[in-house]
Design a protein around this ligand. Structure first.
Ligand code: ADP
Ligand code: GLC
Length: 480
């Protein structure tokens, strides 16, 4: 069976979040199961430079505002999988964030940039671009690839099965109606049963409406998005497609995230011998200018600093956390008000709060290894990957009971501790009071070394590798 994944980013070449990690890890996990798997990517500078042996496959000519479009074929360096890259210099050869210009606003031609991605996917599916390879399934990720199923549905001669995965429904790929004329789609699709969404066009909705199957990245989020609280206005569409929708949990790429082999940390460690973790903590405290003290609980954040991630709740709860004598280390970028809030906290508490505003992959590994607790107090969280990384690194995740966080972390309640099922800390309500109570619980458990070790060991031995998830995706493809 031949599977074509379509995604806008891929670790380590271009990454703004967990989507890139999934795009890098899921296709090789499928290939390992014997599926003939390839990926289609836009020719952003990082991708053009990072894909190996990139050769022109076919020259397509002008499309979507680009004078020249060339489809190239190469292979991913880490996994060796074949990768199609759309080289459209006018649309994609722009440095920085793949979606935003230097002014921090969406590129004005994003509708054309990502329509091209879906359009090429459909033409590969039709066998028009690569005479040697036609996919049985096109698996499109998030709104950037949302038009792929629409273009495929558009071609009556095409029986390619389509799967669309929602990584974050908050980003709906919205554009003004007058952009529709640029999309090469027939007028009849521009209705509320098609791409139209309250007087705009939604690429996400295109994926939801025209794919044969829909998945999202955790079972809980699959249920949540069918409700108004989490549905971003698309809960009706999702409700109508309920039978086609399922939740499949993301996994961890254990070649990248493994405390026993991690090259970004000075001392590696394993569940049997966590001595190295203690020295990673002292190293991290020193690196960040925090007071070096093995006994003080070190809480960490590795995240986009946004309200989705509940970072305002954390700022509100911070005085109580510091009142416990704990430390906080933050690695992230995002909303300027939140960045400023963390900077202020660090300036007022230099020995106990450190903030690194920026995106730093190697440092994120040192955070994961050096911290005692990883904080993910999200308002909503489709899956969340950092809590999975934390579990493997013996760093207890403290999360809100929502989306994939609810599916992956078990609270250290007396009952769970008694039956040895606890792996971290979980709170219910999206307010700073509930978070504060949970922070106190974590500090109390930290003082009980044996109980802490028990929870840590349980977390480190959880299996969140891609094997299971890949098996679920394979079953889904076969059912089509
Ligand atoms: P989301 O995709 O919603 O941002 P995820 O938890 O799924 O959340 O994935 C976030 C990914 O980005 C993880 O791999 C995490 O380690 C990484 N990440 C987030 N912020 C930073 C940062 N400032 N520096 C390095 N890596 C980061
Ligand atoms: C999105 C979600 C995150 C998820 C990631 C990968 O960015 O916000 O929860 O883990 O996609 O699926």
């Amino acid at each position: 069976m031949r599977i074509l994944h379509v995604a806008a980013e891929i670790y380590p070449l271009v990454k703004t979040g967990g989507l890139a990690d999934v795009a890098a890890a899921l296709p090789p996990a499928l290939a390992e199961r014997g599926l003939d798997t390839r990926i289609l990517l836009p020719g952003l500078p990082g991708i053009l430079h990072g894909v190996a042996d990139l050769k022109p496959l076919i020259r397509i000519g002008p499309a979507f505002g680009a004078a020249i479009v060339t489809l190239r074929l190469g292979r991913l360096r880490d996994s060796g999988l074949p990768a199609y890259v759309i080289d459209a210099p006018f649309l994609y050869r722009r440095d920085g964030n793949p979606y935003l210009g230097p002014d921090g606003h969406d590129w004005g031609d994003n509708h054309r940039r990502f329509a091209l991605l879906g359009w090429i996917a459909a033409h590969i599916a039709a066998g028009e671009l690569d005479p040697d390879w036609e996919p049985d399934v096109v698996h499109a990720h998030d709104w950037h690839a949302g038009l792929a199923p629409a273009y495929i549905a558009q071609n009556p001669g095409l029986s390619t099965a389509t799967v669309f995965t929602i990584h974050n429904l908050a980003f709906r790929g919205l554009f003004p109606l007058d952009c529709y004329a640029d999309l090469c789609l027939p007028g009849r699709k521009l209705t509320p049963r098609g791409l139209e969404f309250h007087g705009q066009i939604s690429f996400m909705k295109a994926g939801l409406v025209y794919s044969k199957r829909l998945t999202t990245v955790s079972p809980t989020y699959a249920r949540e998005i069918c409700t108004p609280e989490f549905g971003w206005g698309l809960e009706g569409v999702l409700g109508d497609r309920g039978a086609a929708l399922s939740g499949i949990l993301n996994g961890v790429d254990t070649t990248v995230w493994n405390p026993g082999t991690d090259r970004d940390i000075d001392r590696t460690y394993t569940v049997e011998n966590t001595a190295g973790k203690k020295s990673c903590k002292l190293d991290l405290q020193a690196e960040l200018g925090l007071k070096q003290d093995a006994k003080v609980p070190l809480f960490a954040v590795v995240s986009r600093l946004t309200s989705q991630k509940g970072m305002d709740l954390l700022l509100a709860a911070l005085p109580e956390l510091l009142g416990e004598g704990a430390q906080l280390a933050v690695l992230g970028t995002g909303e300027s008000g939140l960045e400023a809030g963390f900077h202020q906290a660090a300036a007022a508490n230099p020995e106990s709060v450190a903030v690194h505003v920026g995106y730093d992959e190697a440092l994120s590994h040192r955070f994961m290894a050096g911290a005692d607790v990883l904080l993910v107090p999200s308002r909503f969280e489709p899956c969340g990957l950092t809590q999975l990384y934390a579990l493997r690194y013996g760093t207890l995740p403290l999360v809100r009971k929502v989306g994939g966080l609810a599916d992956t972390v078990a609270h250290a309640s007396p009952a769970n501790l008694a039956q040895d099922s606890a792996t971290g800390f979980v709170f219910n309500d999206a307010n700073s009071r509930a978070l504060t109570t949970c922070l106190h619980e974590a500090c109390a458990l930290y003082r009980d070394e044996n109980a802490w070790r028990q929870v840590q060991r349980k977390g480190m031995t959880q299996d969140f590798s891609w094997n299971d998830s890949a098996a679920h995706y394979e079953a889904l493809y076969r059912s089509l």
